[in-house]
Design a protein around this ligand. Structure first.
Ligand code: W6P
Length: 355
């Protein structure tokens, strides 16, 4: 069995973020990616293990104990895996990924319990930073492992999970179709929706910007934003004629360096008392989970997906009118580098557990 010192040894190493460019070239070759993952995944898991251990008296929080156990198991699993045996290595990655399945839910429940039993000053500030770091680390690991599994089964034009010619308008259209269908199934109707592409140098609409990207990331973000816009629009309980005056609009545009996507709704904006809590993992507008709401972490998680390769996500609320979401993504694969949180001392040590 592996000793704690092994985790410590790996926690002391710096994570090595990779670029989308290298995932399309050196790390599109299974042997090279396997060797990298065998070294790198334990470093990133050790970081998460240390962050859990830095929460004062973490052993009293059952969800943290559970998460710690799962990460220790995955850490030693990866250490024992043989990157030179592709089929076995794939199996190991599948098991590690499976163990991460409910990790977002588990960790947000951990923070909810921590808040309810300990409280303390600025708890939400602490827990949001903790979850941003923890879940961004997880996102990078999961995507790299999924990329490895995907390069073993080449698609028609994708390389692993990357589409070198990703059509952002097409991804938005597909996401919109699915969310509209879910909305109609679940709430009986959906707001009208329009998707338009523009590109610098092309004076009219209908020009689709293409770029090398992970379509799954873009699709995830657009779906989450649309779910929010649709839900807010239908929550107004307008009649059908009025609904026609509240279209949701998606604009996709690009220059050489960026792809920008604006999603606009006419749902009267974000209520003033909600404010920046839209970015909180601890806050949700829906009482129970549904296909259109999940469990309330969609927006902070979407922002992490945007940030992962150097992009950003912002919301602008126009009071009484509607909400604009701005998603900005870098367009050049050499400029798209993973953001991997690397803090030696997690700020949880400074967090005061006053009751
Ligand atoms: C709203 C609230 C919201 C959050 C995120 C994205 C869009 C919207 N629209 O009314």
């Amino acid at each position: 069995d592996l000793k704690d010192t092994d985790v410590e040894r790996f926690a002391a190493k710096k994570p090595r973020p990779v670029s989308l460019h290298s995932c399309l070239h050196e790390f599109a070759r299974p042997a090279e990616l396997a060797a990298f993952l065998h070294d790198e995944i334990p470093v990133r898991f050790a970081e998460r293990i240390r962050w859990i251990e830095q929460v004062p008296e973490w052993k009293e929080i059952p969800e943290l104990v559970d998460a710690h156990l799962k990460h220790m198991a995955s850490f030693s699993y990866m250490r024992k895996a043989d990157p030179k045996e592709p089929v076995k290595f794939q199996g190991s990655l599948q098991r590690i990924l499976k163990r991460q399945d409910n990790m977002v839910e588990l960790m947000s429940h951990a923070m909810q319990r921590l808040r309810s039993v300990r409280g303390g000053q600025d708890f939400d500030g602490f827990s949001n930073k903790f979850l941003d770091n923890f879940l961004l680390n997880r996102l990078g690991c999961n995507l790299l492992m999924t990329h490895y599994l995907a390069i073993a089964h080449p698609g028609r034009h994708t390389i692993g999970i990357i589409d070198p010619q990703c059509d952002a308008v097409e991804v938005c259209r597909e996401a919109a179709q699915d969310v509209q269908n879910a909305c109609r199934d679940f709430l009986g109707r959906a707001p009208p929706l329009e998707v338009q592409g523009f590109s610098q140098g092309a004076p009219t609409a209908g020009f689709a910007p293409r770029f090398a990207y992970i379509p799954g990331i873009l699709s995830f973000i657009v779906r989450e934003l649309l779910k929010n816009s649709f839900r807010a629009t239908l929550d107004l309980e307008t009649d059908l004629a009025d609904l026609e005056n509240r279209p949701v609009q998606i604009i996709v545009c690009a220059d050489e360096d960026h792809v920008m996507i604006r999603i606009s709704d006419r749902a009267q904006g974000i209520p003033i008392d909600v404010g920046t809590r839209v970015w909180s993992y601890m806050y949700t507008t829906s009482k129970k989970a549904s296909p259109l709401s999940g469990y309330g972490v969609g927006l902070p998680l979407s922002r992490l997906h945007a940030r992962y390769l150097g992009g950003s996500l912002q919301l602008v609320s126009l009071p009484g009118f509607g909400t604009d979401a701005y998603l900005s993504l870098p367009r050049v694969d050499t400029q798209m580098v993973e953001v991997v949180p690397d803090c030696d001392e997690h700020e949880s040590v400074e967090y005061s557990f006053t009751v």
